[in-house]
Design a protein around this ligand. Sequence first.
Ligand SMILES: Cc1ncc(C[n+]2csc(CCOP(=O)(O)OP(=O)(O)O)c2C)c(N)n1
Ligand SMILES: [Mg+2]
Length: 378
Amino acid sequence: MASESPTILREASEGPPSGSDRNRTDLPSGALQILRPDGTLLPGSEVPLTDAQAVEAYRWMSMSKAVDERAFTMQRQGRLGTFSPTRGQEASVVGSALALTVGKDWVVPQYRELGAVLMHGLPLEQWFCYWMGNMTGGWIPESVRVLPVQIALAAQIPHAVGLAWGRRLLGTDETTIVYFGDGASSEGDFHEAANFAGVVDAPVILFLQNNGWAISTPRSRQSAAKTLASRAEGYGMPGVIVDGNDVMAVYAATRDAVARARRGEGPTLIESMTYRLGPHNTADDHTRYVDADDFEASKALDPLPRMYSYLLSAGLWDERRESELAEELTKLAQDAAEAAEKRRPQARQVFDHVYATPPSRLIRQAENLLGPNVFPTS
Ligand SMILES: Cc1ncc(C[n+]2csc(CCOP(=O)(O)OP(=O)(O)O)c2C)c(N)n1
Ligand SMILES: [Mg+2]
């Protein structure tokens, strides 16, 4: 395990608020950063990951990217439904999920946390099935402590707080992490859940991925607060801002929040400042609303080359391992996608498990689509 040494804060500077739309590539002052964009360590900082964890983090980030690419291609070929890529947010997702214990702690996703759910045991084939519209894709194996994808913004946050609190009442020291975006943080559900978490000291990490956009609505239109983390004050919990493209900083901040939760000190709000390096989802065209210069600037902060450079200079990685990994991940993504395609959903499934006794209009629709006498279903 990595040491529990105190994390190093980025040198204080007068940074911009987390809500400014332009020049977002500068971090707000006080944001936690360990690995600079060029992959070198910030002077005076300690590496919070063991060598094995650093390689593991990079592998999961690379896997997330490989799956995104496969899924994107398949969506364009009409073989997969609309989905939201993680691209650009790999460090934010993987660094945080790495700080929790697999099989013990709970992961509650929004819809952009592919790496986290895979790391905590969700089979990749299930993930593909879900986005292919197969109703069995939402099934999560009993031993996997991951909750289903939540599209209704912020609706997962009260559930996560209840889950965290309930497990504590049962006498466990389990922790729950719940992911949501800057857009979701404007929903009433977020504020009610955060308030309740503070009151009952729920062992939960409210992990806010601030990627600057809620589809085409910029962060500045979500809240007039200077930073989203500052809202924590009103709920009686610490608010931490972290460079979300630095997997080490994200890990360190989440590790400290997990330690607090296990000690019975309650929730933490983490604002992870990151960038969406692409469209909101496969139905979106971000070039119509994201400033081209800003987009270029955020590409320079891509978390993958940053960690790649670090691993190279630490002697933990080389070009041969990189090309072997790329090959391995391409095959892994392809195999899982093909296995999911073999389970392609049948059109009649949309009529199943909805009503015990289907109303006549539903029967008419089913018969139009599938022919006479399709009901009763199995
Ligand atoms: C309650 C609700 N309102 C609106 C939507 C439509 N919608 C889907 S994603 C999205 C943007 C969410 O932005 P954010 O929370 O920042 O997450 P991100 O997509 O940036 O990861 C919106 C408005 C929804 N799914 N649920
Ligand atoms: Mg967002």
